[in-house]
Design a protein around this ligand. Structure first.
Ligand SMILES: [Fe+2]
Ligand SMILES: [Fe+2]
Length: 398
């Protein structure tokens, strides 16, 4: 077999990566190309803090309909810094009778001699170089012939016309420019939105601790303890479902920030700030604590992330087609460790980590049953949400 290995951080993977892999496949008659998702690359600072698993999942989505493209995730699990020569040595051991091809960008070629043990890499594999936009062809050809002289093994240029997309551009302009999003496959675009990646708002544990101090002042002691439970449960769920964990924690910390004010205050805040109030919210103004809480995020706590605000608005009723953070906060509010009155909590607490949508549906199912049995008026949003997830579950065949 002729096997291509294409290493990179893929933060995020975009169409150019796929095109380079396909160009290498056809030009060098490769049987397959593995995307080698880098752990901690020794020669390049990893920009921002996108989790390794998010990068890996995006690669999976991007190659899901590609026949000859695969993933190698070994570097994510290796301790210490992950050097390419270690991986290539391992691969050569695993494929002793096959031809290996190591695919790299032209920027990597220019610094190749400074890598750790570059001679090991070039002895294990033919090096295929992908040009980048703006490359001077003469400089590139010179670098290739220099490498062919200095190292054992072959270096060759992939015949590919580079475009201008770089992952760093995508990270900085993803939310601002549609043209940038057009350079990614739709599933990856959806994933980035859903997982709140490359957001201008990045939260830290210090932010969480600071906001908890605020909540200690704003909430009654029992509500504060509940808040701690929701924040820590949101953290665990976020880790499980690859959502930025401190962002989820901030949402958990603030979700009930408008719980300990009077009904009159909630109504007047809404009326004075053009926040719509439904009939049932006028009747039961405590239902407004989600909307007012979202308003407080920006007004009182300098938290501007739209997903956090959205999750707080809908944390009691849910809404059809909730995004990932909405589901995390909705579920965390229901299953946090201090809860003890709801039925089948042990099951819900387990299902939350194996099937989040199913857990959401089970909670809705219980809530609708409970509210019906109490003949309490139900927020129509809860019914809409229940019907939406009922259909989702039916689609899946439960
Ligand atoms: Fe609440
Ligand atoms: Fe709550």
């Amino acid at each position: 077999m002729r096997i291509g290995i294409y290493g990179g951080t893929f933060n995020p993977i975009h169409n150019t990566h796929i095109e380079i892999a396909k160009a290498a496949l056809s030009q060098f008659n490769l049987d397959r190309v593995y995307f080698l998702v880098a752990g901690t690359p020794p020669h390049k600072e990893t920009a921002e803090s996108t989790s390794d698993f998010c990068r890996l999942e995006m690669v999976k989505l991007a190659i899901s309909d590609q026949q000859h493209l695969f993933i190698d995730d070994r570097e994510l699990y290796r301790s210490g810094k992950s050097f390419s020569y270690i991986t290539m040595t391992e691969l050569k051991g695993e494929y002793p009778n096959d031809d290996l091809f190591f695919i790299m960008g032209s920027d990597s070629l220019l610094s190749f001699k400074d890598w750790v043990m570059p001679e090991v890499i070039s002895e294990c594999a033919t090096i295929l170089v992908a040009p980048r936009l703006g490359d001077d062809k003469d400089v590139l050809n010179q670098a290739i012939s220099d490498c062919n002289e200095s190292f054992k093994g072959d270096f060759a240029l992939i015949d590919y016309t580079a475009n201008g997309l770089a992952s760093s551009t995508i990270r900085s302009l993803f939310y601002k420019e549609e043209s940038v999003r057009a350079g990614l496959c739709q599933q990856v675009v959806d994933y980035i939105f859903e997982h709140n990646l490359y957001s201008p708002y990045i939260y830290t544990y210090e932010d969480v601790v600071g906001l908890l101090e605020e909540m200690k002042k704003a909430l009654k002691p029992s509500r504060y303890i509940h808040t701690l439970g929701v924040a820590s449960t949101a953290y665990s769920l976020a880790i499980r479902w690859n959502y930025p964990a401190y962002t989820a924690m901030v949402a958990g910390v603030l979700h009930d920030c408008a719980k300990c004010i009077s009904d009159e205050e909630r109504i007047s805040i809404c009326e004075n700030n053009n926040i719509p109030i439904s009939d049932i919210e006028y009747k039961y103004p405590h239902l407004l604590h989600g909307k007012v809480g979202a308003f407080f995020c920006e007004e009182k706590y300098d938290v501007f992330d739209k997903q956090i605000a959205h999750s707080i608005v809908y944390h009691t009723t849910g809404c059809p087609n909730m995004n990932l953070l909405d589901k995390i906060i909705y579920v965390a509010d229901y299953i946090e460790p201090g809860r003890d009155k709801q039925p089948r909590l042990d099951v819900l607490r387990s299902v939350a980590y194996t099937d989040l949508d199913k857990c959401v549906f089970m909670i809705l199912d219980d809530s609708v049953y409970y509210l019906n049995s109490k003949s309490e008026m139900m927020d129509p949003k809860t019914i809409d949400t229940y019907n939406f997830y009922l259909k989702e579950m039916e689609k899946r065949g439960k």
